[in-house]
Design a protein around this ligand. Structure first.
Ligand SMILES: *Cc1c(COP(=O)(O)O)cnc(C)c1O
Length: 838
C-alpha cells in the first residue's frame, strides 16, 4: 500500500487536473464527483471541463467543504497520482539511451469525447498510442490541430438522409490550455502563405506523462477565411488541404521548438504532416549552419513514416503549381533549394512535370524508416511504394510493419473490470505495469462467471441504446409515444451483432444487406433470434456512402425487422465504447486488402466479444478457428466477389455463430461460445494492444532512429557531411558502372564465381557487388556478396569472387551493384541506386 499523500491539498486545482488529463477514465466507478457537481450536464456530455465551468467556484468550494465529497475527490485524485507515480517500462528498460523525446504528428487524435478533434481510425491509432506511450513512460510529445468544428456531426433524417452538422468547439469548454511563453505571454507564431502571414495559436492537452500540442489559426489577427483554416477536419478542397498541411507540418514543428522540445525522433502518423520533415531540416540548417542536403541527411535518420492507406488513391497529392505557389518562397529563401529538388522529393520520377506531388512519397524520401500498420498492409505497401524503388525486387522495398493495437484501459468497460478485480485482485493484465497475463486471468474464472460478465455487458449496452435512440427521436421531433418506445423491442438476452464503421465503399457496410430476406430470416429465427446495431458516418461528399446509410434506414423501417435492428446516429467514441463493450459479435466486412489494419474489432476482445470479419488487416493475422470466424479466402478479389463474401457471411451466421450462442447446458451456459471467448481473450488481447504496438515502435524504430540521428548530427554534423558527399559521388558516377566478364565454374557442389568490374570514380568501399537469384518455391531470394580480390587488380579493372550454391543453373544468377550501407546510409530507402548486369 503506497503511503497516503494526505499532505497534498485537495482543492479546485485537484479537480482541474483530473478534468484536464486525457488518461483519466470516467465511469460509474469514479464519475460520481462530476455527477454530484452537475448530474445532468455530466450525463449529457461526459466532459469534466464543461462541468467545472458550469458550476460556480463558490459551489465547488462548498462542495469541497463537505467531507464526503472531499474524500471522494481525494480518493479519485490519489488513485490517478498513484498510476502516474509508478515506475514505467521505459524507465526500467531504456532509461540510459539516446532517446529522450519523440515528436508524433497526426492530423487527428481520438482521446476522449470531451476533445472532438477526430474522425475515425487514424485518430484512434494516434490517441490510443499516445495514451499507451504515457502508460509505458515513452517520452512522446504529440502535435495536432485544434479543429474548431472537428469532424462533422451526424443526424439521420426520416428517409435515412444524412445531415452533416458543424457545432463549434468552444476552446473554453475543452480540456486544453493555451500554451504560454516563459514570460507568461500567449505563444503565437507565424507561417507564410502567398502574400499573407498566417498567425497560429498554440494549445496543450495533458495525456498522462505526455503532452499533445495543438495549433489553430482562429487568431483575430488573421482574415476570416484564414481563421477557418483549422475549421473542419477533412473538409474543403485540395488547396484548403494543402494549407492545412502546411499549418500542421511547418507550423507544428515550429510550435514544438517554441515550446522548448528538442526531439531526436519525428514520427509521422500518415503523410499529412510530411512538411514537418522540411521544417525540421530547415531548422537544423539554421542552427548548425549547413546546407539543406546535409541537414536532411542528418535529420532523415531520425524520421519515421507510418503509412496508413492500402491504395494509391488514399495518398494526399497536390499539383506542382500549388506547391510552387504555396512553398516556392519557402523553398527558395529558407531551404535554399531549387523548387525542382523539393518537387522531386514528392515524386516517383523527379523530372516528370506532370506528376502530382505526393505527401507519402515526400515522407518516404525523407524518412530513415517506413512502416505499415499490419503484416498484410506491409505486403500491400511494398507493392504501392515499389515505383519509388525501380529495379529493386519487391521483397526489398524497405517497408516494415507494426500492427496497430488499442489502448485497453480506454475500451475495456470499468464495470467489467470491477468484476475482474473482484475475481482476480488488482493486478489486471491490461493495466500498464501489470505482470499478469490474460490467459491466466481467463483460466481462473469459471464459465458461469464469464457468461455473467457478458450478460451484464449486453444489458448495459441496451440501456445506452434505448437512451440514445430516444434522444434521437426527440431531437427529430417524434411523438412522445415513439420516443418512449424507442428501442424497447430489444431483448438483452438475444445474440447481438455490432457493426460500426465509416460508410465508405470499400468497407462494404451494406454487405449484410445483399440478401435482405435472408437477413430477416436470421434476425427472426423462431428459437434463435439475432439483433443488430449499426453506426457510422459517410463523408459529406461521398454520395454512395450516404446511399448505403439510406439503404439501412429503409431496411430498419420494414415492419419485419420487429425492432431488432437500429442505426445509432453520430458514431463517435462514446457510441463506439458502448458498442464494443456490449456486443457479442463484431462484424467487419471490408474488401481485402483495403482495410490497412482496422482497430474496432480489437476493442471487443478484452470485453469478451468475438469477431466475425473479412480476412483483412489485423484480422488476417489474428484469425484462427479457435478465436473467431473469418470471411473470404485470404485472397484479393474485385467487386464481383461481394456476392460470394455475403453468402459466406450469412452461412457462417446460420450454421456456426448463431447455433454456438444458443447451444446451452443445463445451467443455460453456452460452453462452445465460452471456449471461443477464452481462446480469443488469451491469444489476442495483449497481442493487439497499443501497449504492444508502442513497445515495438520504441524498440524497433524510435531507439535506432535516435541513435542514428545523434550519430549523424554529432561532432558538428561530421557524419552527415561525409554521407552527403558519398551520396553525391555515388550518384555522379553510378552510370559509369560496367559489368565485364562473369564466370561461374562448377566446383565441389558450388559455383566458383569470378566477375570483372569497372567502377570509374567510385571507391569499392562505397558499393556492394552481389549475385542475386530468385527464391525457389516462394522462398526468399538468394543474395550473395562478392569479395574484391585485392591482389588481382589490373588496368583499373576489379576482380570479384564468391562461391554460391549450384542447386540451380548458372543463368539463374544475376550480378548487381548496390550502395554500401557500411557507413550508415539506409539502402535502398535513402540510396536506391541499383545496377544489374543484364
Ligand atoms: C475504433 C473507432 C474507429 C476505427 O474503426 P475501424 O473499423 O477499425 O476503422 C472509427 N471511429 C470510431 C468512433 C472508433 O471508436
Amino acid at each position: 500500500m503506497p503511503a497516503r499523500r494526505s499532505s497534498l491539498e485537495t482543492n479546485i486545482d485537484t479537480l482541474r487536473q483530473l478534468a484536464f488529463d486525457q488518461t483519466v477514465r470516467w465511469s460509474g466507478l469514479n464519475d460520481d464527483i462530476w455527477r454530484s457537481l452537475d448530474a445532468e450536464l455530466w450525463e449529457l456530455t461526459h466532459n469534466p471541463c464543461l462541468v467545472l465551468n458550469a458550476v460556480s467556484e463558490q459551489k465547488i468550494g462548498l462542495m469541497l467543504a463537505d467531507s464526503h465529497f472531499h474524500t471522494r475527490v481525494t480518493e479519485v485524485a490519489e488513485a490517478h497520482r498513484e498510476i502516474l507515480a509508478q515506475p514505467t517500462w521505459f524507465e526500467r528498460e531504456h532509461a540510459d539511451t539516446a532517446l529522450h523525446q519523440v515528436a508524433y504528428f497526426s492530423m487527428e487524435y481520438m482521446l476522449s469525447e470531451a476533445l472532438p478533434i477526430y474522425s475515425g481510425g487514424l485518430g484512434n491509432v494516434a490517441g490510443d498510442q499516445l495514451k499507451a506511450a504515457s502508460d509505458l513512460g515513452v517520452p512522446v510529445v504529440a502535435v495536432g490541430m485544434l479543429w474548431q468544428h472537428g469532424y462533422f456531426r451526424q443526424e439521420i433524417g426520416a428517409e435515412g438522409d444524412q445531415q452533416a452538422l458543424y457545432p463549434v468547439n468552444d476552446t473554453r469548454q475543452l480540456p486544453i490550455e493555451p500554451l504560454l511563453r516563459p514570460d507568461g505571454s500567449l505563444l503565437r507564431l507565424a507561417i507564410q502563405m502567398p502574400g499573407l502571414t498566417v498567425w497560429l495559436r498554440g494549445w496543450q492537452a495533458t495525456v498522462g506523462h505526455n503532452r499533445l500540442l495543438l495549433l489553430d489559426s482562429n487568431d483575430p489577427a488573421n482574415p476570416p477565411p484564414v481563421r477557418l483554416l483549422t475549421g473542419e477536419l477533412y473538409g474543403g478542397d485540395v488547396e484548403m488541404r494543402l494549407r492545412q498541411e502546411m499549418v500542421l507540418g511547418i507550423g507544428g514543428w515550429r510550435l514544438l521548438e517554441a515550446a522548448g522540445y528538442v526531439p531526436e525522433v519525428l514520427h509521422l502518423n500518415d503523410g499529412h504532416a510530411a512538411f514537418a520533415v522540411l521544417e525540421r531540416a530547415r531548422s537544423y540548417m539554421q542552427v548548425n549552419k549547413v546546407s539543406f542536403d546535409v541537414a536532411l541527411t542528418a535529420t532523415r535518420a531520425g524520421n519515421l513514416f507510418t503509412t496508413h492507406t492500402p491504395v494509391e488513391a488514399g495518398f494526399d497529392r497536390f499539383p506542382a503549381t500549388l506547391i510552387s505557389k504555396y512553398l516556392g518562397r519557402y523553398v527558395e529563401h529558407e531551404l535554399v533549394q531549387p523548387l525542382s529538388a523539393i518537387l522531386a522529393l514528392g515524386r516517383q520520377r523527379g523530372d516528370d512535370a506532370g506528376e502530382l506531388f505526393n505527401m507519402a512519397f515526400l515522407a518516404t524520401h525523407c524518412a530513415g524508416a517506413v512502416s505499415a500498420v499490419s503484416r498484410l498492409h506491409g505486403e500491400t505497401s511494398r507493392h504501392i511504394f515499389q515505383p519509388l524503388f525501380p529495379r529493386w525486387p519487391n521483397a526489398a522495398v524497405p517497408i516494415g510493419h507494426v500492427t496497430n493495437g488499442v489502448h485497453l484501459p480506454t475500451w475495456v468497460s470499468l464495470e467489467a473490470e470491477a468484476h475482474w478485480q473482484a475475481l482476480h485482485g488488482d493486478d489486471l493484465p491490461w493495466r500498464g505495469t501489470s505482470e499478469s497475463r490474460v490467459s491466466d486471468l481467463v483460466e481462473q474464472v469459471d464459465d458461469g462467471q464469464l457468461w455473467q460478465l457478458r450478460e451484464q455487458a449486453r444489458a448495459l449496452l441496451f440501456e445506452f441504446v434505448r437512451t440514445h435512440l430516444a434522444r434521437s427521436e426527440a431531437v427529430h421531433g417524434a411523438s412522445l409515444e415513439v420516443i418512449e418506445s424507442a428501442g424497447q423491442a430489444f431483448d438483452p438476452h438475444i445474440l447481438t451483432l455490432g457493426f460500426a464503421r465509416r460508410f465508405a465503399t470499400y468497407k462494404r457496410p451494406n454487405l449484410l444487406l445483399l440478401d435482405p430476406e435472408r437477413l430477416l430470416r436470421i434476425l427472426n429465427h423462431p428459437t434463435r433470434p439475432v439483433q443488430l446495431l449499426i453506426a457510422g458516418k459517410a463523408h459529406p461528399a461521398d454520395r454512395i456512402g450516404q446511399q448505403m446509410i439510406r439503404d439501412w434506414q429503409q431496411f430498419i423501417l420494414r415492419p419485419q425487422t420487429n425492432g431488432r435492428v437500429a442505426f445509432l446516429e453520430d458514431y463517435d467514441m462514446r457510441v463506439a465504447r458502448h458498442l464494443v463493450q456490449g456486443v457479442d459479435v463484431w462484424v467487419n466486412t471490408p474488401r481485402r486488402p483495403w482495410e490497412a489494419s482496422g482497430t474496432s474489432g480489437m476493442k471487443v476482445l478484452a470485453n469478451g466479444g468475438l469477431n466475425l470479419s473479412q480476412l483483412d488487416g489485423w484480422w488476417a493475422e489474428a484469425c484462427t478457428n479457435e478465436v473467431g470466424w473469418g470471411i473470404g479466402d485470404g485472397a484479393e478479389h474485385g467487386e464481383d466477389y461481394d456476392g460470394v463474401d455475403a453468402a459466406q457471411l450469412y452461412a457462417l451466421l446460420e450454421s456456426q455463430v448463431v447455433p454456438a450462442f444458443y447451444e446451452r447446458d443445463a445451467n443455460g451456459i453456452p460452453g462452445q461460445w465460452i471456449r471461443r471467448m477464452r481462446a480469443s481473450m488469451a491469444a489476442l488481447v495483449t497481442q493487439f494492444s497499443a501497449d504492444r504496438a508502442v513497445r515495438e515502435y520504441t524498440e524497433r524504430y524510435y531507439l535506432p532512429a535516435a541513435c542514428a540521428y545523434r550519430l549523424r548530427a554529432g561532432n558538428g554534423s561530421q557524419l552527415a557531411l561525409q554521407l552527403t558527399q558519398d551520396h553525391e559521388q555515388l550518384r555522379a558516377h553510378w552510370s559509369g558502372i560496367r559489368f565485364l566478364q562473369l564466370e561461374m565454374q562448377p566446383h565441389a557442389g558450388r559455383y566458383a564465381v569470378t566477375l570483372h568490374m569497372d567502377l570509374p570514380g567510385l571507391s569499392p568501399s562505397w558499393v556492394r557487388v552481389q549475385l542475386y537469384t530468385e527464391g525457389l518455391n516462394g522462398e526468399e531470394a538468394g543474395i550473395f556478396d562478392l569479395k574484391l580480390d585485392q591482389a588481382a587488380q589490373a588496368d583499373g579493372l576489379l576482380l570479384y569472387r564468391a562461391e554460391v550454391p549450384d542447386d540451380r543453373p548458372a543463368q539463374a544468377y544475376t550480378a548487381r551493384v548496390i550502395a554500401s550501407d557500411g557507413a550508415g546510409l539506409a539502402v535502398p530507402l535513402e540510396v536506391g541506386l541499383i545496377a544489374w548486369r543484364d
